[in-house]
Design a protein around this ligand. Structure first.
Ligand SMILES: [Zn+2]
Ligand SMILES: [Zn+2]
Length: 258
């Protein structure tokens, strides 16, 4: 099996054992990692880029999480823009977006940062990886106003309704499904996963968070993306291998991977 973990946080301190973690993932069929460096400090960004440099089968995304934009400085933004424009292993900007579920930064701070990250993505001519929670209408309005379609976007860890899925797909975006897809309560997300065209679906772990069943509650890791893939194939009523191939080519297209 060949599958891509399209959004993981292997750069974090949770993964002091990342060499073994990555080896387990490769053994499970993970052929590529998109490491998203976007926590509360630039150290996470630098760690993600260093991981992508050190591993032929990894790329990096660089950004500041909506939770943390209240602490973002102009210097941080300039450093991220430099990496996005110059670094060949940086494939996307993010994660960025809006999270109205947790108000670690105010909606106004998040909206302003989101607009700026779309501008950086357009300058770098690279796509966005979007974190949207309980904020799909505002996020889409900003994405349209700031011409996000010029670069495209993956809505990571998609957790909206079928109508919200349809609206993002209508904007040319991709949807990435996490371990939440395997949770009993995720009926609406499974509807969206069944509805999306095969060339727009990705899978991810968002590890160390959101481990799929049967690992729920444990530290998540890229090897477990296979469980989410299995669930996605089941929901869509297609063989796992076919679903895996669809997600791989969608991820390659979304992040313009080699
Ligand atoms: Zn996220
Ligand atoms: Zn994430």
């Amino acid at each position: 099996m060949n599958v891509i973990d399209s959004h993981c946080h292997l750069e974090r301190a949770d993964f002091a054992d990342r060499d073994e973690v990555m080896a387990r993932a490769r053994a499970a069929g993970v052929g590529w990692f998109v490491v998203v460096g976007s926590g509360g400090s630039l150290a996470n960004v630098d760690n993600a880029v260093a991981l992508a440099e050190a591993n032929a089968d990894a790329s990096a995304a660089v950004g500041i999480h909506p939770h943390d934009v209240g602490r973002m400085s102009e210097d941080d933004l300039a450093a991220i823009e430099r990496l996005a424009v110059m670094h060949p292993k940086v494939v996307a900007l993010g994660e960025t977006g809006l999270d109205y579920h947790y108000h670690h930064s105010t909606p106004e701070q998040q909206q302003a940062a989101f607009r700026r990250f779309i501008a950086v993505a357009r300058a770098a001519k690279k796509p966005l990886t979007l974190h949207i929670r309980d904020a799909h209408d505002d996020a889409r309005a900003i994405f349209i106003e700031e011409h996000g379609r010029d670069v495209g976007a993956v809505v990571h860890c998609f957790s909206g309704t079928l109508d919200e899925a349809r609206a993002w797909l209508d904007l040319g975006c991709w949807l990435s499904f996490s371990g939440i897809l395997t949770f009993k309560s995720a009926e609406e997300i499974r509807r969206a996963a069944a509805f999306a065209p095969p060339d727009r679906i990705l899978v991810e772990t968002d590890c160390p968070y959101l481990a799929p069943i049967p690992y729920r509650g444990k530290r998540n890791e890229p090897a477990y993306v296979v469980e989410t893939l299995r669930q996605l194939a089941q929901v869509r009523g297609v063989p796992v291998e076919e679903c895996a191939a669809a997600t791989v080519s969608a991820t390659r297209a979304a992040f313009r991977l080699p």
